[in-house]
Design a protein around this ligand. Sequence first.
Ligand SMILES: CC(C)(COP(=O)(O)OP(=O)(O)OC[C@H]1O[C@@H](n2cnc3c(N)ncnc32)[C@H](O)[C@@H]1OP(=O)(O)O)[C@@H](O)C(=O)NCCC(=O)NCCS
Length: 416
Amino acid sequence: MAPSTTSPSSPILSSSPIDVKHPNLILRPATIPERHHTWTINKTSWAGILSDNAYYLREAHIASQDLTRNGGITYWILVDPAAPCDPSCPQSPDHILSACEAIRKPCLIARPDGEVEEVICYGIGSVYTAEKHRGKGYAKTMLQLLGHQLKDLPDPSDPKKSHIRVGFSVLYSDIGKQFYAKIGWNPHQSSHISFPAKLPNSVSSTKARNVLKSDLRALCAADCTHIRRLVTKTPFEKGVKARCVQFPTVELMDWHHAREEFIGQYATTKAPTVKGAWVAVTSNAEFQPKEGSEGLDAAWAVWTHDFAEKKLVFLRLHIPPVHSGNQDAVQEALRQIIIAAVQEAEAWELKEIMSWNADKATEDAVESVFGKESYDLVHREMDSIASLMWYDRESGGEEVEPEGIEWVMNEKFGWC
Ligand SMILES: CC(C)(COP(=O)(O)OP(=O)(O)OC[C@H]1O[C@@H](n2cnc3c(N)ncnc32)[C@H](O)[C@@H]1OP(=O)(O)O)[C@@H](O)C(=O)NCCC(=O)NCCS
């Protein structure tokens, strides 16, 4: 973790430049003691199976990953500048009226005229108002200020990247579609399929190869190369104005795995070592993919173990484009990946497997293992609603999502 300090992690302060219910309040980054305050406040909602102490340690652990350390994550708090508070005092979290965090991620926007724009997006999470402060408009004020402010916050850690603008921000609502939509984060497709973590007797063991932590760097690099090409070269449907994507980088996957390893250790005294499954689609497929390749000769899943909900969740399913020459091989590879996922889930006594916004090929693969109508397709209405705030370049960064924004590869890896 970064060394402890009692000064805000960045000097940015925001009073309200926009129309908010509480124009006197300010949004600012939390000091390190204040971060701990926010964990003390929000543990009732998010500690899950962890003890209080384990929860604080987990939060500190995931804040110290490559994705999040050195300013990759910022903890934001809404405070009243007129109220007396000592930000360094661990005993007085009362001045925090509402809190949340934002993680910076590399993304891409592609447009039908062929323009490709590298952008930053922020993933917002842990939106929280302490019970005694609820119902007064504090969360709404905080999010209005934050949504507005993030768009002017490029990467301060690397001067070479200071020209990269913030293209959008995302969050995953657990309180339905209305709350965030009213403030400017529009709900997008939020579906998943789930299937049981128990193989039918007729299915024999998998030919998939285990993906280990050390394999992820090469796999994620190939996947990102593949996604970049798909997003920029796939013809745009009529009416699509721009296509946006978050990249499933190794830093992002490691962040998810830091969480699962911590909780796995706590819940079972062991941390999962198998992070996914890989299957060749062509006879000469290379594991790991060569530098610069797109990994089109194989299919693979990167997954995470959710010990609280007892689920194995695909963070990302890499499927090469299907054509008449590889259709059967891709289908068989996906089938083997499904079997491998079930075996992994069974080994950890998890109950189900989940795949976000699964495509037809994935659904077919699940059916080929379990039979017809063997999975549930859920369009979520309340939890993990993928929501997007668009920073429109044409209108000077105004936070209004125009018609025709396509958010692609909207899989679990993007969640935070
Ligand atoms: C959700 C939460 C952050 C709201 O905080 P708050 O400061 O009480 O919210 P606000 O007073 O700013 O409410 C703003 C608006 O949202 C509505 N709202 C508040 N809580 C809501 C909820 N749980 N679901 C849907 N709408 C909600 C309010 O009625 C208000 O509507 P209005 O603008 O039409 O008057 C707070 O209840 C909380 O911390 N809950 C537990 C953690 C949680 O679920 N966080 C969200 C994770 S995605």
